[in-house]
Design a protein around this ligand. Sequence first.
Ligand SMILES: [Zn+2]
Length: 386
Amino acid sequence: MVYKNKFIKINPYSRPGIKLNGVRKLVLHYTANHGATAENHFSYFNNLKGRYASAHIFVDKNEALCIVPLNEITYQANDGTFRGVPELRPNANFLSIGVEMCQERDGSIHSNTISRTEDVFVELCKKYKLDPIKDIVRHYDITRKNCPAPWVADGKKFTDFKNRVKAKLNGKPTNSQTPSKPVASKPSTPSASTGGSVVDWMNANGMDSSFANRAKLADQYGIKNYKGTADQNVNLLNKLKNVAKKEPSKTQSKPVQTKPSAPKGDMKTTSIVTYLNSINANSSFSNRAKLYKQYGLKGVYLGTAKQNLDLLAKMRGGNAPTASKPKAPTFKVGSKVKIKSSAKKYATGENIPSSVKNKTYTIQQVKSDRVLLKEIYSWVKKTDVQ
Ligand SMILES: [Zn+2]
């Protein structure tokens, strides 16, 4: 490996411990910090307080250090509303890896630093199957921040850099005549914890990509004992894609007639498919999509767990299925919560400043005992929010 892992500790300011939603782009930065090495930046970000900043990999003329695991977010490229790279919407920090070139004392970037940074990008392009020409972007390209300044001033230097990464990736240190496709590299196994690209796909399609929802969908599509393994995720992704392909069905065949006012069939199941089968109705995706519309439900039917439960409730005459009734307060992605004034510490152990208490925040991610609050990028225990 061209970089060494030396991770800073989890903390709200530089390593919140939040999983990336995928890696769509690799972002090039420079540190704007004359004379500070990769090691210096490790120490700096390991002790950062009071401001949110970080990146994954720091490269100097002697070494490259990965200070935040590559499957976690860093605070590197989301400092404005401008998004020059649409694939990184809505938040570049959740969809990219940031690499910083360290500067010499005189502000220049050492040729060894540049060459080592090329090697880092070669490795990252292989690992995430990215194209150096299309998928390496400057911080500047995303937010218009003047970073890395020397290569914003001279865009050709950046183009040359990408071309050298491409040549190295293709194993051709000199100019290559072959088309720009990167050499097929060993497929990287999607990580079980993040769910790999099924999560990307679901996010891109506006679906809830939480483990719980993936598990429900997996069950619905006949994938047994969903644990989020690479195989299961690939399988699930294929099923979802198939379903999405069939979705814009223009056929005129009549949806099965079911009367909302006369509930019948299996009144216990929480699966719309089981329910439809129990009333001898067509449970195909396209029929469910028609029924969804017919029952006046909002939005495009994608077969999400929530949509299926809504449809099920409607078809049963408006009664929500029993299993979907929350026992205790449930926390959902997108809903608003307040941090209780009695709350003392974040789930990650740091003190909660009183300035953030009693204010409303949006839930971005949910885990068994904690929720991630979007506006403050912090994990808070469920018991500390209402
Ligand atoms: Zn930058």
